[in-house]
Design a protein around this ligand. Structure first.
Ligand SMILES: [Zn+2]
Length: 85
């Protein structure tokens, strides 16, 4: 298994296998993230063709935060019970 950084030809991000898993992925913007976050935002849409981040054993189950990122979580209230005032 290679330990030097690889660039995903599909996602255009570099993945450093020897880095901390939470910041193994570096986006072109310079933002660092986990493979899980990369998968949640990008790789799951790539249809697995040539993407180097599709191995399920290399990522965790994505959390809500992996999908929606840095924005603070906002309760839209659509599914919450109605409050009588
Ligand atoms: Zn990819």
């Amino acid at each position: 298994m290679p330990s030097s950084p690889q660039v995903c030809p599909i996602c255009k991000v570099s993945i450093n296998p020897s880095a901390d898993p939470a910041e193994a992925v570096r986006f072109s913007s310079g933002m660092q993230a986990s493979r899980t976050k990369l998968w949640a935002r990008v790789c799951q849409f790539t249809k697995w063709e040539g993407c180097i981040n599709t191995d399920p054993s290399l990522r965790c189950a994505p959390t809500k935060n992996d999908f929606f990122g840095e924005a603070p979580s906002i309760d839209l209230g659509e599914d919450s019970p109605t409050t009588n005032i």
